[in-house]
Ligand binder design. Sequence first.
Ligand SMILES: Cc1cc2nc3c(=O)[nH]c(=O)nc-3n(C[C@H](O)[C@H](O)[C@H](O)COP(=O)(O)OP(=O)(O)OC[C@H]3O[C@@H](n4cnc5c(N)ncnc54)[C@H](O)[C@@H]3O)c2cc1C
Length: 684
Amino acid sequence: MERNIRNQKMNEQTVKIKNCKVPCYSLNTLVIGSGIAGLNAALCLYECGLKNIAVVTEEWGGGTSNNTGSDKQTYYKMSISGDLLDSPVKMAQDLFNGGCMHGDIALCEAVNSVRCFMRLVNLGVPFPHDRYGSYVGYKTDNDPLGRAASAGPQTSQLMFKCLSEKIQQIGIPIFNQHQVISLLDEKEKEEKKIVGAVALDKTQLNSESGGFVLFNAVNVVLSTGGPAGMYHTSVYPKSQKGSTGLALKVGAVGQNLTESQFGLASVPFRWNLSGAYQQVIPRYISTDQKQREETEFLNDFFPDSGRLSTAIFSKGYEWPFDVHKVQDYGSSLIDILVYRETVQKQRRVFLDFTQNLSVKREEGKFDFSFLSSEAYNYLEKSGILFGTPVQRLRRLNEPAYQVFKNNGIDLEKEPLEIAVCAQHNNGGLKGNIWWESNIKHLFPVGEVNGSHGVRRPGGSSLNSCQVGGLRAALFISKKYSYSPPSIHEFIPKIKQKTEEAVAFTEKIRSQPSFSTLSLKQIFEEIKNRMSCFGAIIRNKEALSKEKARAWKLYHRIEKQLSINSTEELPGVFSCLDACLTSAVYLEAMCEYLEKGGKSRGSFLVMDSDGIQPCPELSDDWKYSLGKPGAFVDKRILELHLGSQFRVKKKWVPVRQIPKPDLWFEKIWEDFRKDKIIGQERSNE
Ligand SMILES: Cc1cc2nc3c(=O)[nH]c(=O)nc-3n(C[C@H](O)[C@H](O)[C@H](O)COP(=O)(O)OP(=O)(O)OC[C@H]3O[C@@H](n4cnc5c(N)ncnc54)[C@H](O)[C@@H]3O)c2cc1C
């Protein structure tokens, strides 16, 4: 990957900020992040005629999209094969039914899903089709119809490959190894708007620029992905940290911050263990830290091997931990039991694909006839009623086996360590139907945009990543396609904030180290806090204490941190970002519980008056489920930072799916008169 491809159209000048000579680029739109959301946004902008644009990224090829997958990584789109009766409104309804998702956003994601999917097909993503050209689908979690498509275990990597080849082919400039550390904003009347960004060029930290780079941009598309850097137990790739804090710091509204997905994933090589990995019914074992004292711990909680093996099988397509799939020995009871072993009992848990699970003495030996009829029929139809789990896996989905083999783990020979991991953030920053945030000219797209709510059909994130960029590009090209201000107008607006950033780095570089905390330790504190208290098990008192600790740590880092080498600077900003983000997320979790919120989506709220996950677990595991129509389920919690980091909270009613007038002659007239986007108010 060539570094810093410069573009003729982009104006480059040098400005003096304190003692640093800082390059400043003026352009129409800066896209931050090079995952599938950012790259697609850049491509859509280009196709809409905007050439004065650039992508800035801390690591080309890093992030979730290019380093992640599962047995069959899914893209969720409206059904376009067979005789399935589907429609944009039906799909919107299913997205909306997930809870706490605005209906207009659901409609946008549904209506544009086929357009975005076919763009990917045309770019070369190998989604399978039959000889007549039908792009076949299958059912994924929370999907009643079979809308899921997949190009295999690495769908998002293939999307990254095709999008990045196209971006490079058309020559959109890419600032690689540039970490954005601050968004630049100004107040226009009563509204805030974004005017650019400050980045650190990680290759120039010791140069006369101090590594600082300024971007004078009319628009910023923020596609920095999920807030992965704040979790310890995580299946996000290590290269993904997230930068939601950049936007929160300038007052962008976060919504549904309580809602993330957690599920079983492998630890040594981070990968989701959904689909085939569970459908072949591996054996779950727990050991001490040194891999001794092996036990098949699930057997103590399930009454018989039939129910246990059916629950393991079901986990395949009921992958994320779901509070509604715990009771009656449901598949999510397994997540609770794995969490109990790994977090509470500090043991290690492995999936063993080399042997079938042991059964109770009175049951003789493992037999497929123990399974539910649904599971049995699936295995029979797939021709895998035989052998060991790994033999079945290789027959059912050889690529899923090879993914591990290629990463140094042979499931034929060794057990695979697992944990209940953070995987995806359904909530995030708020955007309107054009993906513009409450801060004008700032467009959060991809996972950083919290368009989804409590549950989402599997695969809707990849779709949302594409739809968001398309919508933002259409809007920008109509409303905000003008040139940025001259550098003489720009610098006075942003001078103070940029000088503060430079002064901060000077301070932490020079002040004696009186903090005993290293960057590594600070990160550990943030991550442990979120994985222990802000993941699948939530407790009101503990969260309230942890929220206060998170804020304390944030202010302490700002005031007291010092570093030994300039190379640590990017880490300082990532750390501040993760800490601020974690504090704001904990605020949201506390507020949700204050308003009487109970277990939902992918987290359990512990409640001594509640119900037990299963009779074999002690009373401390009691949790409560919300009642239909609860206050928190009819509204979306919005939260933003005011001055002095004051947290402002608002519960807004969930907007219904709109019923637009689709009379062709009317739409055509509006379209010709440019009334669809051009004359629409931007804050609709
Ligand atoms: C294991 C796993 C399996 C998944 N399976 C599915 C699935 O089957 N279907 C589905 O729909 N979704 C799935 N997801 C979710 C989906 O993959 C992600 O939501 C999606 O890839 C996010 O894309 P993105 O472009 O928003 O972010 P990313 O791909 O994470 O990209 C973020 C980019 O921003 C850059 N960046 C961050 N901060 C900065 C900064 N300050 N300055 C400069 N650059 C910055 C990063 O380097 C990176 O380039 C899965 C996720 C995981 C972890």
